[in-house]
Write a protein that binds this ligand. Sequence first.
Ligand code: SAM
Length: 325
Amino acid sequence: MIDGQGRPIRYLRLSVTDRCNLSCVYCRSAACGEPVPREDLLSLEEIVRVVQIACELGIDRVRITGGEPLVRQGVVKLIRMLRESCDIADLSLSTNGLRLASRASELRRAGLDRVNVSLDSLKPARFRWITRGGNLDDVLAGIERAQEVGLEPVKVNTVVMKGINDDEVVDLAHFALERGLTIRFIELMPIGEAIRSGLWRSAYLSVSEVQRRLAMELPLLPAEPTQGGGPAQYFRVEGSQGAIGFIAPLSAPFCAHCNRIRLTATGELRPCLAHDEGLSLREPLRQGDLERVRELLIRAIREKPQGHGWKQDQPTTTTMADLGG
Ligand code: SAM
């Protein structure tokens, strides 16, 4: 499908829960409210129905996200169901990695193609502080296991924050390059806890600054985009299978090439990360009105906003945990 701005829309980000076993300082806090009641979440069957219709409309890339998708009961079953009943060229999952070591093998067997793992620090105490309690070793074991079972390319996502973890960008790049991982440095976005707490104002750092610092230590060579066709600009380093990417939603917005829509765990279609408006699919799904679901999908795509508008300082009230990043 082509949206109202002429952009082909091929990519669906599917949040399967708003719950998370971490509470990252920039993402969510207790002040962001309680998780939604379980009965409000779409069932696995309802999710599959939406994805089937989305695929008929031209979606062929699906990412399972959250909250933390690996805390959603039945997530492996969901992957199997999606594989069996939808025509998806690229089925991926974003995770904080805490439960990845124990689940990687069954995820792969169920038909998952690849994973992205969030990792903002290689220092155990700092990692624990950023994530409010996470154990770094569990995430590192998860990354290793994902590579072993072939959930590749494994991409590591790092949100860079001035004065918090920006002194680690070179170490993180080496970590990725030595292991043949793709690491993407991402700008802190004015959404969720980052804007509520004021962190965004003090810690935002453009990734062009990160790139400048890395280029002083590593000879960065422009590279082809990796699998996924996302918004990152990629570089490689001679002699490593790994890659380094930069994602700059604020300093170099890529809205003109945005190819995605989002579905929240409660069944709301969100055509743009930065806009709180959405269209709910839950009622028509529960009434069995799949024609209405199709109409709403088409409408959400047609009405996708031109851009995120963050430059005009319009923070949203939704958190990334609601939308899946
Ligand atoms: N739990 C999974 C994970 O950790 O990847 C998936 C959901 S998480 C909300 C998705 C991504 O959003 C994570 O990489 C996280 O770092 C990022 N994120 C959350 N809030 C953010 C913010 N304010 N700015 C930039 N990235 C953010």
